[in-house]
Write a protein that binds this ligand. Structure first.
Ligand SMILES: [Mg+2]
Length: 192
């Protein structure tokens, strides 16, 4: 499964949920699939996807917005594993982390990450997250249906191929304007 194929499955299931995505190629491809107000692209903030998504989960707890969805990569998660430990420690039951693991820093010449040897799903399990695994679009869609219906915190370890989708446009949105767009969408969604 290519990253963009995984992102298509994810966007089909999350049109009305806050989705926080890691920087670089993941955010660019997500925006290319669907650039929606419910997407928060972390642009240059590598390593903070789970931190921000956990904060969103705590912020929306008790509202009609049922999930905080995180789309992270192996390089980003490994940059800040403490965030996963914090997510497991705080254990918001509305948190859904989708780890797109290709074992490389795909945005920087495909240099291998430690995920080449480490099982990030097992690490997530060890910090208290409920883990599912998906290796193709059907398994990912099944995992999404389950994790959007049953209490978490969830961590779906999604295996994807190395590489980026050719021809994906750069994401040149102003970060301040973009954050404001997401904040307004989320505020309206909670109040609706
Ligand atoms: Mg990667």
């Amino acid at each position: 499964m290519k990253r963009i194929e995984a992102l298509r499955v994810i966007t089909d299931r999350t049109p009305d949920l806050p989705v926080t995505a890691t920087c670089a190629a993941t955010s660019r491809e997500l925006a290319a699939v669907a650039d929606r107000d419910n997407h928060l692209y972390l642009l240059d903030a590598m390593g903070l996807t789970v931190s921000v998504g956990t904060g969103v989960a705590l912020g929306i707890a008790g509202t009609k917005v049922s999930r905080s969805v995180v789309v992270d990569g192996d390089g980003s998660l490994l940059m800040n594993l403490g965030a996963a430990a914090t997510a497991g420690y705080l254990a918001p039951d509305n948190l859904l982390i989708l780890l797109l693991d290709n074992g490389v820093y795909a945005s920087t010449a495909g240099i291998p990450t430690q995920a080449e040897k480490l099982d990030l799903g097992a690490i997530a399990e060890s910090v208290g997250l409920q883990v599912l695994r998906a290796a193709d679009t059907t398994e990912l869609d099944n995992a999404l249906q389950r994790t959007l219906a049953e209490p978490g915190p969830w961590f779906v370890h999604v295996r994807i191929e190395p590489g980026n989708e050719p021809g994906t446009p750069l994401l040149l949105i102003d970060p301040v304007v973009h954050a404001d767009r997401f904040r307004r969408w989320l505020t309206d969604r909670i109040a609706a």
